[in-house]
Design a protein around this ligand. Sequence first.
Ligand code: SF4
Ligand code: SF4
Length: 396
Amino acid sequence: MGNQDYTIKQILQMGGCTGCRFCVDVCPAVTASGQGELSALFRMKGLKDLLKGRTGLLRKILGKKELSGQELKTFSETVFRCTLCGNCQEVCPAGIQLKALWTSIRQDLVHSGSYPAKIDMIRDNLEESHNVFGEDNEERTEWVEDVEDAPDHGYVKEKAEIVYFTGCVASYFPLGQKIPIALAEILDRSDVDFTLLGQEEWCCGFPLIGAGLKEFLQQFIDHNLAAVRAKGARKVVFACPSCFQMWREHYPPEFSIAHASQLLEELVRAKRVPLKELDITVTYHDPCDLGRGARVFEEPRDLIRSIPGVKLVELPRNRENCQCCGGGGNLEMIDAKLSSEVAKRKIEEVLGTGAKAVVTSCQQCVRTMTTYVKRNKIPLEVLDITQLVRKALKKK
Ligand code: SF4
Ligand code: SF4
């Protein structure tokens, strides 16, 4: 437990906070809850109190007391009610790496024993089943049964040029499964030599970072790298922005990696995907980890525009300013009501564009927005970009 969960750079950066409040204005958790305590500004203040209360000599000089168990609990509740959307970091004029700081605080709180009970469930599921839901890992590719004309190998080949790393949510959630079904069909029609890892795919480790459990990460990284190596692949493709982010930031750069929207844009540009016309006006929601995180803004838009007949209208807040859907940071598990309130604001913004569908590039955004739309009977289609391309795929 303690201050060793922070790097020197993080401690130095904290001192640079000017109190400007830019981070408060863009925070979806603050807007949706009306609670300023959920903002970056308040969290920085809470963190400073936590750190000062721990350091022996400084504590004596400053007369600071260590936070009581109740104070720590209250602070912890605000820390985990954050979508890790990174909008605060995007606008912070002091350049503080706030997103990494939020996960370091989560790690500290786990070490300090003050964290939501759901965190234990995430750790247990990952340790026992290697997926975040505690499902049988052999069932990772069950969705292949719903792919039209799937080959006998079920896309789990011995060797292939590209590995499609599916991710936990898309593998197990019925709504999420529509994405791998669509992507596999498109890649098949485009003659791409790809394979799945099947039961050899383990969680990428992203939920461990969000849960403050970074020290359990290495075994997942080692296993997934070995599984890709065994396929003789040169490239790994992800439809999940969070898996993509994990591989970008935490895996060694052994393979070329790409998000599905980037690969599909390339394939469409090379005229390898047979497309028909679709008469629809859509808007595009930038997933936080793909947009602000990986700075992939233009390829998804180019891909949408390259489908004949599709008209793209922009959201008022787009690209690096895109408003979070409410699905990130494990928030849905910790505070489903707040996650839904954030989604409400997102859907209101979407409806204001007049688009008939909102397209995104993330199974979690699809899940969060679809749940809200269905629950409130809103006539709006929510599609992943792979589903949009599949809709436009010409029949064989
Ligand atoms: S990451 Fe997003 S939700 Fe969390 S504090 Fe920053 S702006 Fe708010
Ligand atoms: S935007 Fe950055 S400098 Fe301004 S209050 Fe927030 S954390 Fe501090």
